[in-house]
Design a binder for this molecule. Structure first.
Ligand SMILES: Nc1ncnc2c1ncn2[C@@H]1O[C@H](COP(=O)(O)OP(=O)(O)OP(=O)(O)O)[C@@H](O)[C@H]1O
Ligand code: SF4
Ligand SMILES: [Mg+2]
Length: 349
């Protein structure tokens, strides 16, 4: 099968990147009455743009309901976007725009984009053995069968730190951390280029979280993987991410290289998220701002800057004029009217 396009599909920022997302939108209609009249929209994802260089990790962070899962599932085309482009540099086909592909084309691309889920308890079929779970993508895609399939699954288990003897066991025999390793082995079975990790450690004990993050980092280096790593907590993405994007009510509000974002945040929401990261020294924490109030409702967001009802720095302009995402420093974008004048607190060096 070949992909035919009238014009070559290539994003403007192709050089060095694996994924280029432009103006991505997902609106869910809100309907009422017998005729299901559309009375509004949930703007789950509202004009999100980012790029991920090959072999790097973008951490996508924000409170519950800000659109992280919707963004990650759109990239894997679990459903169609309302608008926007998702350019992906497939190793066989070159640049493709995911929303434009047919289901047959998507089947081919999906081998190279995999997902690791949040809940290692519900994401594995309890009636399948590890051989079936990890081997399924290989069998379904006709990559291996019989003895060769067994050998490849045993090797995948070894790669994620599980014993190959576990092949014929069922998921219930394993702990949460081990189950997440099984999910990772399955995601890696077809040697994907991009792995979308949606809160992969949120359901795990803190002690197991660090081990799983280290494993993901080792695997990235070994297999030259590119990660989109979703979390609600900045501390989880700090060490694994090369870049961090902060999301609030369907929009990106700040994005920069990880160290830059942690040391010099330019958006008050990022400052507040950083303040809620647990600190070994409680004195440092007490001086910091704590996030107050609820996340805005994406079906009825506030006027002006969506963050203004919770922002300690809000001025009158913030209530009426929506700030645009602007480059404030080279490679560091933020959407705040006051980004240049505020001196926000990052984490201490
Ligand atoms: N199928 C749907 N129909 C209507 N609204 C939806 C649908 N799916 C998600 N939403 C809404 O879109 C918004 C974004 O949801 P999403 O699951 O992407 O957030 P999230 O950042 O992943 O949150 P969490 O941290 O809780 O996982 C939420 O307000 C959610 O209620
Ligand atoms: S634009 Fe105004 S309300 Fe929004 S984050 Fe900046 S200072 Fe706060
Ligand atoms: Mg989510």
């Amino acid at each position: 099968m070949t992909l035919t396009h009238e014009a070559p599909v290539k994003p403007p920022e192709a050089e060095g990147n694996l994924l280029v997302v432009r103006n991505l939108q997902k609106y869910y209609p809100i309907t009422r009455g017998f005729f299901r009249r559309v009375i509004g929209y949930v703007r789950a994802v509202d004009g999100v743009s980012f790029t991920i260089p090959e072999g790097k990790t973008l951490g996508l962070v924000g409170e519950s309901g800000c659109g992280k899962t919707t963004t990650s599932r759109l990239i894997l085309r679990a459903f169609d976007p309302t608008a926007g482009d998702i350019f992906f540099k497939d190793k066989n086909l070159g640049w493709v725009n995911i929303p434009e592909l047919t289901s047959l084309q998507m089947k081919q691309i999906r081998r190279n984009m995999q997902m690791i889920f949040q809940d290692p308890y519900s994401s594995l079929n309890p009636r399948m053995t590890l051989l079936d779970i990890v081997g399924e993508p290989l069998a379904v895609n006709g990559v291996a069968q019989g003895e060769e399939l067994r050998d490849r699954v045993a090797e995948l288990l070894r790669v994620v730190g599980l014993r190959p003897e576990y092949l014929s066991r069922y998921p219930h025999a394993f702990s949460g951390g081990q189950r997440q390793r099984i999910g990772i082995a399955r995601a890696l079975a077809l040697h994907p280029q991009l792995v979308v990790c949606d809160e992969p450690v949120s359901a795990l004990d803190v002690s197991i979280q660090a081990q799983t993050l280290n494993l993901l980092q080792d695997l990235q280096a070994e297999f030259h993987l590119t990660y989109l790593f979703v979390a609600h907590d900045l501390s989880v993405v700090e060490h694994i991410s090369d870049f961090v994007a902060v999301m609030y009510v369907g929009k990106l509000v700040e994005m920069a290289e990880t160290e830059e974002l942690f040391l010099h945040p330019l958006h008050p929401y990022t400052e507040a998220l950083l303040a809620s990261v647990p600190k070994p020294n409680p004195r440092l924490r007490s001086k910091r701002i704590v996030l107050q109030g609820e996340v805005a409702d994406p079906s009825n967001p506030p006027t002006g800057c969506y963050f203004h009802p919770r922002c300690p720095y809000a001025i009158d302009r913030c209530k009426v004029e929506a700030p645009s995402l602007r480059e404030i420093q080279p490679g560091h974008v933020a959407s705040c009217h006051r980004a240049e004048e505020l001196h926000l607190a990052g984490v201490p060096e």
